[in-house]
Design a protein around this ligand. Structure first.
Ligand code: ADP
Length: 169
């Protein structure tokens, strides 16, 4: 059984086996939580990302997929980078958002991670409506078979925390 916990705070301050990054497909850093993870984790994360671009992901990491790197100076063993979909008014991209959670947990299982922290993927710069992002996140984690013991959603502000709390209770 996977326990879901909620924390309001900064994901870069969490002590867990793996921290999930809401990356962009370049894997070379960006704003939001991605920028914070690279800033606090230091250059080792970007070095790993560059290596992944040069080897497996020459065209970038596709939306909905996930890949792990070192966590550098963060208090975690790995960062799992996943690329959320940009929200669209006209297309239903929710399967891709669900895939981010599922694939991140699959990578976590491969690594042997038991505690995994997730941000609200796509709910920032990628403009996914928060309540729907929270619903997809919680439903997908609940429906995924995994050896991860704790999935910790780390929500940056009170509004995001409230949206996830409404789904978990
Ligand atoms: P995306 O491009 O997938 O939308 P963002 O990084 O813009 O990714 O935002 C995803 C979520 O992460 C948003 O809810 C944002 O408020 C939140 N966020 C930003 N910085 C942090 C952080 N340091 N820790 C946890 N969550 C964060």
């Amino acid at each position: 059984m996977t326990t879901i916990t909620l924390v309001q705070g900064d994901i870069t301050q969490q002590s867990v086996d793996a921290i999930v990054n809401a990356a962009n497909s370049s894997l070379l850093g960006g704003g939001g939580v991605d920028g914070a993870i690279h800033r606090r984790g230091g250059p080792a994360i970007l070095e790993d990302c560059r290596r992944l671009r040069a080897s497996r992901y020459g065209k970038g990491l596709p939306t909905g997929q996930a890949v792990a790197t070192t966590a550098g100076a963060l208090d975690a063993r790995w960062v799992i980078h996943t690329v959320g979909p940009v929200h669209s008014q006209s297309l239903d991209r929710s399967a891709l958002l669900a895939s981010c959670y599922r694939e991140s947990l699959r990578v976590a299982d491969e690594l042997g991670a038991r505690t995994v922290a997730f941000p609200a993927i796509s709910a920032g710069i990628y403009a996914w409506p928060l309540d729907d992002a929270a619903r997809i996140a919680v439903e997908t984690v609940r429906a995924t078979e995994t050896s991860v013991e704790e999935v910790r959603f780390v929500l940056f502000d009170e509004r995001a925390y409230g949206a996830f709390a409404a789904q978990v209770r």
